[in-house]
Structure formats: C-alpha cells, structure tokens
Design a binder for this molecule. Sequence first.
Ligand SMILES: [Zn+2]
Length: 101
Amino acid sequence: MITPLQMDLVAEELAIRWSDGTEQFISLEDLRKKCPCAWCEKNMIAAPQAQEHSPKPPLCKESYQILSIVPVGGYALQITWGDGHAAGIYSYDYLRKIRKN
Ligand SMILES: [Zn+2]
C-alpha cells in the first residue's frame, strides 16, 4: 500500500509526498468539497438544480482551513476543518484519486 510519508500545508494547498515517490498538491477547497462523509455527500454533490431547493451548506472561509490531520487505522486521514467539521475520513486511495482541476 502507498502511504503518505510527509504532509505539508502550503498556502491554500495540502502537499502530500507518497511512499511511491510522487508528490501531490490538493487545494483545500477541493479537498473540503470532496469530503467523503455522508453529510457532505448528500449536501454538496447534489445536482445544482436540487441545491436551489435546499439550503446551501454553511461553508465559510474557515471551512477551507485545516486545523488538524490525524491518521486513522493506517489507511486514511481524518481532517478537522476550521469550522469544526471532522466527519470525513479520507482514505489514501480516495486522496490519490483527487486530481487538481
Ligand atoms: Zn463532510
């Protein structure tokens, strides 16, 4: 399994150096919008038309700031965001699939 050797917050991005020698940069906004928890899946990945009829997720500037990153079970990272949201468990696999637009 490929695991993160090093993680750094660089400006608005999370830089991850993986054990296969690659380095990945993920914008914090992307990372937050792709939060894999059930709540975000329901509220953020809904079709734009559907969102018009439901309240927008309460995201603010703090929502895109990382307070802490904690490894979970050797296969994932739990990220705590500036607005207190910490339900997302980002598996290494999932993180590696997030591509910068
Ligand atoms: Zn979430």
